[in-house]
Design a protein around this ligand. Structure first.
Ligand code: UD1
Length: 415
């Protein structure tokens, strides 16, 4: 890609990957069909999850952004290493399988290399619901007690999106009531919970840090539209901020991005809501102002937008501090941005970014999903040509990103 062009135009926002992957797992909780709309089916992660569910014997059919799943006739309760290693979201089959069938064998997951990312909280919480769990040759072997999982009071020692989701799904079919305390409050969890409620689950407290689930005997099918992807939305907001110009982000939810919008406004960018669209505008004659950001669980600033905001700070006026509190190894984009002329000093889990007048195009390497998009953003404003290698990371989480950007005048193509 060649940098320097202002972005102007409309960008349709896809359904949230981090929700759709979990909604697919929710299909395992019933023998009836689950129909998803606004599903980001073309993403590599969605394909990996499809591969896993099909391996289990779940039927998965897609057409455009529709997905129909039916787990009426499963063949196995084992999620093998070869499929699970591609993506951490696959650990989310554990709770549903265990709740509905009383047993599950799931390989310990892979995913982005942004930290050690253990699953100890998922395991411990399921044990608190009565599951017998052993770890053997890289697999989690789990078995529910006679009569099924038991409702329990679970206090998560740390806020975890995945553990909250796994336990929320497991608890829908457990005996009695489960309380999840210190639960995650991300919009994707609310959306998953709303779909489970449509399927007949009894859930209260979604969006708060205490979720109460009363187990039911069985769940039914449902039709659900996947919540818009707030991380994709935030990424294109940063694109408009960096390049200047006006982007209309279609079918987005501004209220899911309050922390990011607040920070972006402080840099001097105009952000407006127009029905279900968000309009982001920056006058390129006015320089961006540096800001400090610190990642936190929702409703704090999302770790999944940290790399993109850091890319923006590389060309802002002044110095900004980026502090990462969720993952211990999430600065892998720093050396790559430095190759493009960025001035960044890392100290522990903080990075000081001193703005430079211009980045320079370079050959860089994508290391994880959000880091790779940060390099694309940098390339959009860098002088000369930038080549981002290993873009399979990008394709895990951004639908048609090259087309979406090119339609708004970016000089970008897939090699
Ligand atoms: C999800 C998102 C990911 C996002 C992250 C935080 C998906 C597929 N991925 O990941 O994009 O960056 O939320 O918003 O939805 N932890 C433990 N033990 C556990 C589980 C987690 O120590 O059993 C730690 C993690 O290492 C991390 C922190 O808790 O430091 C938060 O992780 P978590 O919220 O679980 O992230 P994921 O659900 O894996």
């Amino acid at each position: 890609m060649n940098g320097g062009r202002a972005l102007n135009g409309d960008i349709p926002i896809s359904g949230a990957k981090n929700c759709a992957l979990k909604l697919m797992c929710a299909a395992l909780l019933t023998d009836q069909s689950l129909h998803l709309e606004n599903s980001p089916n073309s993403l590599r992660d969605m394909r990996s999850q499809t591969e896993l569910l099909e391996y289990l014997g779940c039927r998965v059919e897609t057409q455009g952004d529709l997905m129909a799943l039916n787990a009426g006739d499963l063949q196995t309760y084992t999620a093998p290493y070869d499929i699970v290693r591609k993506m951490r979201g696959s650990i989310l089959v554990l709770g549903p399988l265990l709740a509905r069938f009383g047993e599950a064998k799931v390989s310990l997951p892979g995913g982005c290399a942004i930290g050690t990312r253990p699953v100890d909280m998922h395991i411990k919480a399921l044990e608190e619901m009565g599951a017998q769990i052993t770890l053997d040759e890289g697999y989690i072997n789990a078995r529910a007690p006679q009569g099924g999982l038991q409702g329990a009071k679970i206090l998560f020692p740390k806020v975890s999106v995945g553990a909250t989701e796994n336990l929320m799904m497991a608890a829908t079919l457990a005996n009695g009531t489960t309380l999840l305390a210190n639960a995650a409050r991300e919009p994707e969890i609310v959306d998953l919970g709303e779909c489970l409620i449509k399927m007949g689950a009894k859930i209260e407290g979604l969006g708060s840090d205490t979720i109460r689930i009363e187990g039911v005997n069985s769940l039914s099918g449902a039709r659900h539209s996947v919540v818009p992807d707030r991380i994709e939305t935030g990424t294109y907001m940063v694109a408009a901020a960096m390049t200047g110009g006006t982007l209309r982000l279609k079918n987005a939810r501004i209220k899911h991005l309050s922390a990011a919008v607040g920070h972006l406004s402080q840099t001097g960018v105009d952000i407006e809501e127009d029905g279900s669209d968000i309009i982001v505008n920056r006058d390129s004659a006015v320089p961006l102002k540096a800001i400090d950001i610190m990642t936190e669980p929702h409703p704090g600033f999302p770790t999944d937008l940290q790399a993109q905001f850091m890319a923006m700070l590389t060309i802002a006026e002044g110095a900004g501090m980026v502090t990462e509190t969720i993952f211990e190894n999430r600065f892998m984009h720093v050396p790559e941005l430095a190759r493009m002329g960025a001035n960044i000093t890392v100290q522990g889990n903080s990075a000081i970014v001193r703005g430079v007048p211009r980045l320079k195009g370079a050959e860089v390497m994508a290391t994880d999903l959000r880091a790779s998009v940060a390099l694309v953003l940098a390339g959009l404003v860098a002088e000369g040509e930038t080549t981002v290698n290993r873009i399979y990371h990008l394709e895990r989480g951004y639908e048609r990103i090259v087309d979406k950007l090119a339609a708004c005048s970016a000089d970008i193509r897939k090699a």
